[in-house]
Write a protein that binds this ligand. Structure first.
Ligand code: FAD
Length: 228
């Protein structure tokens, strides 16, 4: 898996802070933008997030290339409706290499890993056979396993990044999407460290776990009320 930040709003944190300040300042935003410093912007963004005033965070967006993720993970990812996605098509691009994501639970047991890879490879080989016999890629691809690697370009604004990371960095989310969001967090934090800091499981902001079962990081509300 490889995560690469391709583009982002220039000065993403200054842009958010200057936009937020228009609500309490008579100055035009272009002047607020010129006056805004990195440190004041960081402090304001912390205050906005802690108070739940999230709409100014929609003014900065990040476009990332997400390479070598499985179709299992891309399927989970595109459930985030407030982002934009473009994915390499298995209709128009012939899958020429058998590249699969192997879950670590399988990697730990060589025999199971070998069986998994054999099964995935057999599906891939039959796909190639069908395509070479004249079946359209769009139909032959029904055979390809969900472990098959794919590439997605994703654009998310800072608000949606915080929402999605709150869900996907939760230790109860699946290992591959957790790892993907760890990569996204690292890339975003390079250019927007304050936003990067807020890309974390949602329990940190809530102060409790709102899942049915806690991973142990924070107690659930039920567990908290029991101890009071
Ligand atoms: C651990 C885990 C397990 C999961 N298991 C399953 C599963 O078994 N089956 C399954 O189908 N899905 C599952 N999901 C996916 C989940 O149900 C959501 O589809 C996904 O996490 C996207 O979240 P979202 O809808 O809150 O956010 P987004 O689509 O990213 O939207 C962000 C926020 O915008 C608002 N919003 C967006 N669209 C609307 C709308 N139409 N109306 C009102 N408000 C809106 C909401 O406040 C939302 O939280 C799972 C997710 C996780 C993290």
């Amino acid at each position: 898996m490889r995560v690469v930040l391709l583009r982002h709003t220039p000065e993403p944190e200054v842009t958010i802070a200057a936009a937020a300040r228009i609500s309490t300042s008579p100055l035009p935003t272009r002047h607020l933008m010129e006056k805004e410093g990195q440190e004041e912007a960081a402090r304001l963004i912390d205050r906005l997030i802690n108070a739940g005033h999230m709409s100014p965070l929609e003014h900065s967006s990040f476009t990332l290339s997400l390479e070598g993720i499985s179709r299992v993970t891309s399927h989970q990812l595109v459930r985030h409706r407030l982002a934009s996605f473009t994915q390499r098509s298995q209709r128009y691009v012939r899958m020429s290499e058998p590249k699969f994501v192997t879950p670590p639970t399988l990697s730990a047991t060589p025999e199971l890993r070998a069986r998994f890879e054999k099964g995935a490879r057999a599906s891939f080989d039959l796909y190639i056979e069908l395509v070479e016999a004249g079946v359209a890629e769009e139909d032959a691809r029904y055979l390809l396993p969900s472990a098959m690697e794919t590439e997605v370009v994703m654009t998310m604004n800072a608000r949606e990044l915080i929402t999605a990371s709150g869900l996907r960095l939760c230790p109860r989310a699946q290992w591959e999407i957790v790892s993907l969001f760890e990569g996204i967090k690292a890339e975003v934090a390079r250019v927007a460290p304050t936003i990067g800091k807020h890309l974390r499981p949602k329990c940190y902001k809530l102060g409790y776990c709102d899942e049915f079962k806690s991973c142990g990081l924070f107690p659930t509300l039920k567990e908290m009320t029991k101890t009071v």
